[in-house]
Design a protein around this ligand. Structure first.
Ligand code: DUC
Ligand code: ZN
Ligand code: ZN
Length: 463
């Protein structure tokens, strides 16, 4: 199978140029102008951007959590990804008590087998840090192809600081990366008790129970562990101005602290928790939504390079029957998480590029090129000869009003309902195969279930 994409505006992290792209099989084999080549499929991309497919390195597919499970499985989740222009997903794999890293990987790969429509990889989440599990980090980095490891500083399955130190030391030896959910659990527990005594249990108090300072302290502490071990860390879903200040402070002293943020923290604020009829539960996620100064600071952080990656924390639970079932009388019981994988690219383009908050080149960096480098996805993230032909032909003028009815995520709402975006994918390719396309007024999945493969990642180099 060959594919020729003609006359598009090819975008990289450093610029944009007009050109043609020739794809043979899975791979980009030539880039040039006026390529005069026969191909099985030829498309004219005049007036369109040609972008590397977005990579979402933060998803919770089918994750058991808070008495229920995140609803997208590998089929529905990757179909939604494809329709949103996301051509690679790196999903969390939560190690269960007693499991080795390899057993956890084999378990989650068995759930994905034959179901994915775009490529995927896994980040082991270390939840049972027995000495032999820490020892297994070497194999995960060098053999299993999973060199990034998630840890939580909150929840029952959190790890202590000593474990974080051990993991930082071990990953440093083998090209690994620790990713951390940074919130101070003791501050949150204290706030939960105070709010419960006052009978403050509505969704709004979810945000009050997890103040910015809880993130600020945890980011600062994690940064100190990095300084101690001369290693590196990646803060997932950074949400607050104060947390970002700590990231920047560490970076200014040469401490390797990297960060990711998500559209919800860039675009939504904590007044959402006050929506009537318990609708505020839709936005119960951790960390919580903040206020406008944090949104502004995070956009600035992306633009300046202090924040390297934009991801989703895709973790969908229906409003009807899940969000509104468990926590009607107590925000602490509302399943934490929200859908987002399908709206990542459209929001970053429309709210970021079109509104002048980040450049088009920066968007390519934070959605694709930086992400690939950060996680050892050596064949992805750039439109370059030899890389996988994960490509989005993107119409920068196509309007779309975001509505759950026209999205593919297996959930009954989107936090961005009613928002009009400018710019949508026209066609999405995963390793040269068409997987989604714009059809009249929405994206349509046109790929094949089972096309997606597990990607063995390489040890991670300097960023
Ligand atoms: N936060 C969420 O909101 N959901 C999944 C896990 C997490 O850390
Ligand atoms: Zn998290
Ligand atoms: Zn998450």
């Amino acid at each position: 199978m060959s594919l020729l994409i003609k006359n598009g505006l090819i975008v990289t992290t450093t610029g944009r140029y007009n050109g043609d792209i020739f794809v043979e099989g899975d791979t980009i084999s030539q880039i040039g102008t006026n390529l005069d080549l026969q191909a099985d499929e030829v498309i004219d991309a005049a007036g369109k951007y040609v972008l590397p497919g977005a990579i979402d390195p933060h998803t919770h597919i089918s994750m058991p959590f808070m008495g229920t499970s995140a609803q997208d499985d590998y089929k529905t989740g990757t179909i939604a990804a494809a329709c949103g222009g996301v051509t690679c997903v790196v999903d969390f794999d939560l190690q269960q008590k007693g499991e080795s890293i390899l057993e956890a990987l084999e378990r989650k790969q068995s759930w994905a087998e034959g179901k994915t429509v775009v490529d995927y990889s896994l980040h082991p989440a270390i939840m049972d840090p027995r000495p032999e599990v820490i020892d297994e980090v070497k194999k995960a980095c060098l053999e299993y192809g999973t060199p990034s490891f998630k840890i939580f500083m909150v929840y029952d399955f959190r790890v202590d600081d000593a474990t974080m130190i051990r993991l930082l030391e071990e990953t440093k030896k083998y090209g690994g990366l620790v990713q951390v959910h940074a919130e101070n659990v003791h501050i949150i527990q204290h706030m939960n008790e105070l709010l419960a005594k006052e009978g403050k249990l509505d969704p709004y108090y979810h945000a009050m129970s997890r103040p910015n300072i809880a993130e600020e302290e945890a980011v600062a502490r994690a940064a100190k562990m990095v300084e101690l071990t001369d290693s590196r860390i990646y803060i997932v879903h950074l949400s607050s101005k104060e947390g970002l200040e700590k990231v920047k402070e560490a970076q200014s002293r040469g401490v390797n602290v990297f960060a990711e943020t998500c559209p919800q923290y860039l675009l939504l604020t904590d007044d959402r928790y006050k929506e009537p009829d318990f609708q505020g539960a839709k936005y119960v996620m951790s960390p919580p939504l903040r206020t406008q100064p944090s949104c502004d600071a995070l956009w600035q952080g992306l633009s300046s390079g202090a924040v390297q990656v934009a991801a989703t924390d895709h973790c969908p639970f229906d409003f009807d029957g899940k969000k509104d079932m468990f926590g009607k009388d107590d925000y602490k019981k509302i399943p934490n998480g929200a859908p987002g994988i399908e709206t990542l690219l459209m929001l970053m383009h429309s709210e970021g590029v079109v509104k002048g908050r980040i450049s088009l080149e920066k968007m390519v960096g934070v959605l694709s090129t930086n992400t690939a480098r950060m996680f050892g996805l050596s064949n992805k993230g750039e439109i370059v000869v030899g890389k996988d032909a994960d490509i989005v032909v993107f119409d920068p003028d196509q309007k779309f009003t975001i509505t759950q009815k026209k999205l593919h995520m297996n959930v009954d709402y989107t936090p961005f309902e009613g928002r009009e975006v400018t710019g949508m994918p026209s066609v999405v390719y995963s390793r040269g195969k068409k997987v989604a396309q714009w059809d009249e007024d929405q994206m349509e999945f046109v790929g094949k279930v089972g096309h997606g493969r597990f990607v063995k990642r390489d040890p991670i180099g300097d960023f």
